[in-house]
Design a protein around this ligand. Sequence first.
Ligand SMILES: Cc1cc2nc3c(=O)[nH]c(=O)nc-3n(C[C@H](O)[C@H](O)[C@H](O)COP(=O)(O)OP(=O)(O)OC[C@H]3O[C@@H](n4cnc5c(N)ncnc54)[C@H](O)[C@@H]3O)c2cc1C
Ligand code: FES
Length: 254
Amino acid sequence: MNDFRKRISARLTEVKSLGVNLARVDFEGEGIGANVSPGQFVMVEAPGRHDCVLLRPFSYFLAQSANHIALLVRAVGKGTQSLLQSKPGTPVVLLGPLGNAFPRVKGHCWLVAGGVGAAPFGHLANSANTRVLFGVRTSADLGFGNALRELGGDVAVATDDGSAGFRGTVADLLRRELEKSKPAAIFTCGPTPMMAAVAKVARKSDVDCWVSLEERMGCGFGVCRGCAHKDATGNWRCVCEGGPVYLASEIFGE
Ligand SMILES: Cc1cc2nc3c(=O)[nH]c(=O)nc-3n(C[C@H](O)[C@H](O)[C@H](O)COP(=O)(O)OP(=O)(O)OC[C@H]3O[C@@H](n4cnc5c(N)ncnc54)[C@H](O)[C@@H]3O)c2cc1C
Ligand code: FES
């Protein structure tokens, strides 16, 4: 078992472009894929960026074996850009697995993802018991949804501008699909307003819903308090400790 605060030396093995500023990034290193459950995250060094003192948090997309993992990365700043620009063989320090995981659910589970929110669903997407509803603004942003489909996932797409799949938000698509059938549970990840809308639709249909929150993080294991987030009762919670996965009602209320 990994000591969860022990930094592990790994090697970046591949950066596969999935669109503009989107890529799947693979790593190998002793034990980096051990004891990982879907929903957990890993802190990753920004390779070659000595000005990035803090590691950056990423959901595990896949932990293919004890020594291999893959992430889906969207470049938004210097840390994520440095990952996308790195060459195979680049040494990278990682820290994980951290945080909690999605619960085990009996029955069918729908995975509702917005953009980079597809990342925690790599393991779950290719199960016969799941389907993915994936939303983005426009068809040019579909890369992460395609990555889930390549794993064998049943992926329905929503685009805000109607350039692919259902026209509208992924919450609108969810509302339509729930009129036809109901899963045992919904897991959602993406921008907070999107997850709030998904949670509301799930609540109206009386389906249990779990959300995976994103906050800026410093340490990743409960020391810096940089990832504090207010819950539905107004209490502060550290996303890295109690989360990132929560029952939707804990965050967005009943
Ligand atoms: C639990 C968790 C899991 C995550 N999983 C993934 C993942 O699988 N793939 C992925 O691409 N990203 C993921 N993220 C977000 C990722 O950590 C940030 O995009 C990254 O830290 C930005 O680093 P940077 O150096 O590129 O950006 P910086 O240069 O630090 O900042 C650039 C811009 O990005 C914004 N930003 C930075 N961090 C965040 C954040 N956490 N949320 C929203 N905006 C942010 C900043 O406000 C700024 O505007 C996750 C975050 C968390 C907390
Ligand atoms: S990231 Fe430091 S306490 Fe959560």
